[in-house]
Design a protein around this ligand. Structure first.
Ligand code: FES
Length: 134
């Protein structure tokens, strides 16, 4: 686990797509609308296998860098009772909230317990920048 840190979104580097609608939404992602991509930090801000808290366009998010190299982004607060999801334990399949240990699938955000699902956000890396669409 790690201590969360917050980083304000900042403009993307030249050539990125800040302000453009998201077009390639990964399976399981539940976008709130057309979405806008925001640079939230650097890939190296997140140790392999861990998550960190950021703010993307005013939306608190938790971004995870999994050991298989994939990136995932979700809401920062657990839908159960607001637990800090960036401090959760994860593998390539699930994220476990540190507060009450509910598990959520990365594939679709569903809770394995049947609780309310996570909201997932598209995330990618470009030139070392983490780009989250909210
Ligand atoms: S706050 Fe996350 S499982 Fe309860």
């Amino acid at each position: 686990m790690s201590a969360p840190h917050l980083a304000a979104a900042r403009p993307t580097t030249p050539g990125t797509e800040l302000g453009t609608p998201a077009t390639d939404v990964p399976p399981g992602t539940v976008p709130a609308g057309p979405g806008v991509e925001h640079a939230v930090g650097r890939l190296e801000d997140i140790p392999m296998g861990e998550g960190r808290a950021f703010v993307a366009g005013g939306v608190p998010v938790a971004v995870f860098r999994l050991r298989d190299g994939s990136l995932h982004a979700t809401q920062a607060a657990c839908p159960h009772a607001g637990g800090p999801l960036a401090d959760g334990q994860t593998d390539v399949d699930v994220l476990v909230c540190p507060l009450h240990l509910y598990a959520y699938r990365w594939s679709d955000g569903a809770a394995t317990s049947g609780a309310a699902p996570l909201r997932l956000f598209p995330v990618r890396e470009h030139d070392g920048e983490l780009l989250v669409t909210v």
